[in-house]
Write a protein that binds this ligand. Structure first.
Ligand SMILES: Nc1ncnc2c1ncn2[C@@H]1O[C@H](COP(=O)(O)OP(=O)(O)OP(=O)(O)O)[C@@H](O)[C@H]1O
Length: 585
């Protein structure tokens, strides 16, 4: 029995161990039996099955022994294989070392090359790294800039919001204001409509008043006589004794002048005779340029109203005609700084006055243009003082006279008249005489044509003539007789002045024939002198003679002649004044 055998075959074993040994044994038996059958065939197998138990055990040991041996053999073979593999690996290792030893120089070369490559790669890597850093830095900056921009935008948005709020507030304020304004506007509109009514009424009254003013102005001029005479005595100079001149009504009307002149009776007795003269105004030597202008300015206003106005300066050489008309010794038209002084005469003052009056008339709807001509009459020949035309002719058209082809200069500003005076002065024939070293040897005529138009179709067209007559003189005292040229000049001047006197006399006596053609001067001044002649449309002509007088004893004879001529002129009545203003038909 297997359990007994187990107990007897060795030290006492645990039941579990016995069961395991039996199983092992059974398995081994089956295995060995199977081998034997395979090795010995069916007969051997049969005998094995029937073998005794001891033999069997022996076989088992034998089998076990074989098995162990086989296993050892197997392990040995495996060990050998391993050793063989180890040996082969060692050989290969040896071989590889040998090869590596042989290839060492090449490897070293490769290593150098590789190091070089590595360096290149490192450098490139470095560059790339730096480029990336730079890019990174740039992007960082860009980000910063964008952030700043975003911050700015945010701030602007905030500001815009604030300003938007303010604007909204302002809009609502304005809306309120608009509403108030609308209400006020409605009130004002109704007020305006009643005001417009009042304005129309006032305008009508103003127009009536303006017409009345003109009518009255004209009547005043009429009452004063349409050939007015102002006498002006210039201050005495150091170079001679003065005649005794008296001004009896100087503090009242200032119209009288008395000349106390020594005389001899038929019996040879010396005495002093007082000559009395009366004119529209007498200016003593103390009178200034402004005083004279003040008395002339009302006539000048008439030019804008369409009244032709002529101012003659008459008197002997050196008596102050040019001084009164253009200006005194302080004034030099080539030097602008002298243009504004007190010494400035009538022509520039008249230009400024008319200009200002024309501006003032704009409220009545008038617009005026100014153009000037300046000519001289020298040796009975008319020549241009503003251009190069030495020989000019007078052309009478309607109630105007033109000198052709003398230059006509439009004036855009009153100051432009200074340049004209400077131009004219250069051209004037000036020669030295004993009496006045600046004595002018020709008559000069400054003509300012003033044309006005009004929106309603009214027009006005009048000319202001300012005539500086050459000085009358006695041939014996002036020294002209010794010089043929001077003699011709003096004769021509005296002839033209006596022609002027003849024309005045003919007009005063209403003579049928008025000798205008006797001299170029009277022919030129015909429209200024004549009144109501059949060949003319009668228009207003205001004439003023400025009689310049020298107070010197040496000039007494000339002074008395001039005073008598002026008296004759003063008595001349040339008929009523009429305006050239035309109303639209
Ligand atoms: N009222 C005055 N006050 C001061 N000086 C005057 C006055 N009148 C004339 N004179 C001076 O007398 C001089 C002669 O005057 P002006 O040249 O005006 O005379 P005139 O009459 O024009 O002479 P002519 O006929 O020869 O041209 C000038 O030096 C001028 O300045």
């Amino acid at each position: 029995m297997p359990p007994t055998r187990a107990r007897t075959s060795g030290p006492a074993a645990s039941p579990s161990r016995v069961r395991a040994a039996r199983r092992t044994l059974s398995n081994e038996t089956n295995r060995i039996g199977a081998r034997r059958v395979v090795r010995s065939g069916p007969a051997a197998a049969q005998s094995a099955c029937v073998a005794a138990p001891s033999a069997h055990m022996h076989d088992l040991f034998q089998l076990e022994k074989e098995r162990v041996q086989a296993s050892q053999t197997r392990e040995r073979a495996e060990r050998d294989q391993r050793n063989e593999r180890q040996r082969m690996i060692d050989e290969k290792l040896l071989e590889a070392r040998r090869t590596a030893q042989e290839n060492r120089p090449t490897a070293l070369g490769w290593r150098g090359y590789n190091d070089y490559e590595v360096d290149l790669l490192r450098a490139e890597h470095q560059r790339e790294t730096e480029a990336l850093h730079a890019q990174l830095h740039a992007q960082a900056l860009e980000i910063d800039a964008l952030r700043a921009e975003a911050a700015r935008h945010a701030q602007s948005r905030e500001e815009a919001r604030v300003s938007d709020d303010a604007l909204r507030a302002r809009v609502s304020e304005l809306e309120e204001l608009l509403a108030t304004t609308d209400t006020r506007y409605a009130a004002l509109a109704s007020e305006a409509s009643s005001s417009a009514e009042r304005v129309r009424d006032l305008e009508a009254r103003l127009a009536d008043a303006e017409a009345l003013r003109r009518r009255l102005h004209n009547q005043v001029q009429e009452l004063r006589g349409n050939v007015r005479v102002y006498a002006r005595v210039r201050p005495p100079r150091d170079d001679g004794t003065s005649v005794e001149l008296r001004y009896p009504d100087a503090l009242q009307l200032a119209t009288q002048l008395e000349v106390r002149a020594p005389t001899e009776s038929a019996m040879g007795a010396a005495s002093v005779k007082t000559h009395h003269f009366a004119f529209d105004h007498v200016f003593p030597p103390s009178a200034t340029q402004a005083d004279v202008f003040e008395h002339v300015s009302d006539l000048l206003q008439s030019v804008l109203d369409g009244y032709h106005t002529t101012i003659f300066a008459y008197g002997q050489t050196g008596s102050g005609k040019t001084h009164t008309l253009e200006g005194g010794a302080q004034v030099d038209w080539a030097v602008p700084s002298t243009w504004q002084g007190d010494d400035v005469g009538l022509i520039p003052r008249a230009m400024h006055l008319l200009w200002a009056a024309a501006q003032a008339q704009q409220v009545h709807g008038w617009a005026y243009t100014f153009e000037a001509q300046m000519v001289e009459v020298y040796l009975d020949q008319i020549s241009d003082l503003l251009g190069d035309h030495a020989r000019c002719d007078v052309v009478h058209t309607g109630h105007h006279s033109h000198v052709e082809p003398a230059e006509v200069v439009p004036l855009a500003r009153p100051e432009e008249v200074y340049q004209l005076l400077a131009r004219a002065k250069k051209r004037r024939q000036v020669a030295a005489t004993k009496m006045n070293e600046r004595s002018s040897r020709s008559h000069s005529v400054f003509a300012l044509r003033v044309r006005g138009t009004r929106a309603d179709g009214q027009t006005s067209d009048a000319t202001l003539h300012l005539v500086d007559l050459a000085g009358s003189e006695r041939l014996a005292t002036s020294g002209s007789a010794a010089d043929p040229q001077r003699l011709r000049e003096a004769q021509s001047i005296n002839k033209s002045l006596s022609s002027l006197a003849d024309v005045m006399a003919a007009l005063a006596t209403h003579a049928k024939h008025v000798p205008y053609r006797n001299s170029a001067l009277t022919w030129l001044l015909k429209p200024c002198l004549s009144q109501g002649a059949k060949t003319y449309v009668p228009t207003t002509h205001y004439r003023l003679m400025l009689l310049a007088l020298s107070p010197l004893q040496a000039h007494l004879g000339e002074t008395l002649c001039s005073l008598r001529f002026a008296t004759q002129v003063h008595g001349t009545h040339l008929g009523p004044a009429r305006t050239s203003r035309q109303r639209p038909s």
